[in-house]
Ligand binder design. Structure first.
Ligand code: NAP
Length: 470
């Protein structure tokens, strides 16, 4: 496929291969953008902003609504693209496609709710004769950088609100999964989005990232990805708005009064969805000691039933990791944990990019699998004495995206809601629960700001005060 700069789909001599992570088959190639290409894309977006800021809201709604309809018409192709260039199974990819349609539809709905309010200027002595209001105006050119693990819907979470707000965009999708993003851009253009408003650069983050991040004409960087790149971008971005959707090693608390079978089912799904390559994937489960043996046994048994294999087979529950390098890293983390005393009660093995869903117990505190984000199919179970200990353990990491608790005790649920340090607490669901309209984001190393269309719209617009002296 080609990238999108200005009013053209652009190719380059040098290409990047896009390969299926299961069998390394070539799926397609994309251009390897240069810094000059990025500059041209930003030039174009500056022109595009002159168009987008003047697009009436009803036009933006029309374009977003048509885009959602085009994705719906092509949902089979979108799902196959997600599952072929990335890790997701075809069943997971269909869900992501449905969510992308929803994200773009909500963006159309929220476009008509970007409102301000009147200001009571006469509340200040001397201002009795003044009247006025504020409204929200688009921020300008938005630089969007996205990860591989939800290659369509996380791009939609940038483009939908940016276009609803009247901004123009330079998008750089993950290099391993650029095709879903390019197909989404095609849908926007076919839906009538004026040229120049959206520009898509395909190229390596370490080669072209700085050119996007440091350009003063870009007024906001909205980034979803790992903490390492997030910190580097924050340091380099200078005086511009920043939205950071980063990772986590999400904790779940399982209390002895809960429905164990439901907790097992929900957390097995939460740990292994998208091969655990999921920013809200379950990584640490703190179980009250009384039910620990039963929980451990059921959790391992349920995990062993998962079928690992080719993403496009309808019967596959879990596909390959995104690259063999990542699979080897996860295998090494497991081996390090085992050498330090952890016990594998399910999985633990790797073949190529396939890592078996893995469950550990007796994981030493302070090991990588405990403190860092594994971003792979590994979950650890820890016995705890009570809720207080579980909350303390949950909070001791430098992440805070989602946390979860399984209990029937409303008092304990509210204590957890109050005391867990994070952006969202799920009660009787795993941490892997999200709908696209809710505020989504984290604290500490999990990020800055919130997505979820209405909330992204706040980040991607600014209030302008208008005051009449009568
Ligand atoms: P990543 O390695 O940080 O890459 C994310 C994006 O940033 C890619 O497009 C990458 O380009 C680009 N990039 C890398 N270094 C850059 C730099 N110095 N300057 C500018 N751009 C740069 O993350 P990933 O492996 O794709 O995704 C996994 C991470 O994303 C996990 O930590 C996960 O938790 C997080 N995540 C967070 C959320 C959330 O909403 N909070 C959602 C999903 C994922 P290349 O592809 O060319 O390297």
């Amino acid at each position: 496929m080609k990238m999108l700069i200005g009013d053209q789909w652009v190719d380059t001599v040098e290409k990047i291969d896009v390969r299926n992570p299961y069998n390394n088959e070539l799926v397609d190639t994309v251009p390897r953008a240069s810094i000059a290409d990025v500059k041209r894309a930003i030039d174009s977006a500056v022109q595009g902003y002159k168009i987008s800021r003047n697009l009436p809201v009803h036009k933006r709604i029309e374009i977003l609504t048509r885009t959602a309809a085009i994705i719906r018409d092509r949902s089979d192709d979108f799902a196959r693209t997600i599952a072929t260039e990335g890790s997701k199974t075809i069943k997971e990819a269909r869900k992501e496609t449905g969510r992308c349609i929803n994200t773009i539809t909500i963006s159309a709905e929220e476009a008509r709710r970007i409102v301000g309010e009147t200001i009571p200027f006469d509340s200040a002595p001397g201002s009795e004769n003044r009247v006025g209001y504020y409204y929200r105006f688009p921020i300008g050119v938005v630089g969007a950088i996205t990860p591989f693990n939800d290659p369509l819907n996380l791009v939609a979470h940038k483009l939908g609100p940016a276009i609803a707000a009247g901004n123009s965009v330079v998008l750089k999708p993950a290099t391993v999964t650029p095709l879903s993003a390019l197909k989404l851009a095609q849908a926007f253009i076919e839906a009538g989005l004026p040229w120049n408003v959206l520009n898509v650069i395909t190229g390596y983050g370490h080669e072209v990232g700085d050119a996007i991040v440091t350009d003063p004409r870009i007024r906001m960087i909205t980034f979803t990805g790992g903490a390492e790149a997030g910190v580097e971008i924050t340091r380099k971005a200078g005086l511009k708005k920043i939205g950071m959707e980063l990772g986590s090693n999400s904790p779940v608390i399982v209390l002895s009064d809960c429905d164990i079978d439901e907790a097992v089912e929900s957390n097995v799904s939460g740990a292994f969805w998208a091969v655990g390559q999921n920013c809200i994937g379950v990584q640490r489960i703190y179980v009250e000691r009384g039910i620990f043996p039963a929980f451990e046994e059921k959790f391992a048994a349920r995990t062993k039933k998962m079928k690992v294999g080719y993403q496009l087979d309808e019967s596959t529950d879990m596909g390959p990791m995104i690259t063999e390098r990542e699979a080897i890293r996860v295998e090494q983390w497991i081996q390090e944990a085992v050498a330090a005393g952890a016990k594998v009660i399910a999985g633990g093995t790797r073949t190529g990019t396939l890592v078996d869903p893995t469950v550990l117990v007796d994981l030493p505190r302070g090991s990588k699998l405990d403190c860092q984000e594994v971003f792979g199919p590994v979950v650890s179970l820890f016995p705890v004495e009570n809720l207080e200990e579980a909350i303390e353990r949950a909070n001791e990491m430098d992440y805070g995206l989602h946390a979860a608790i399984f209990t029937r005790d409303i008092g304990k649920a509210f204590k957890a809601i109050r005391e867990l340090d994070c952006g969202g607490v799920m009660i009787n669901d795993s941490t892997d629960y999200r709908i696209d309209m809710m505020p989504f984001g984290g604290i500490k190393s999990s990020g800055l700001g919130r997505e979820g269309i209405k909330f992204a719209l706040m980040e991607m617009t600014e209030p302008k005060v208008v005051c009449f002296n009568l």
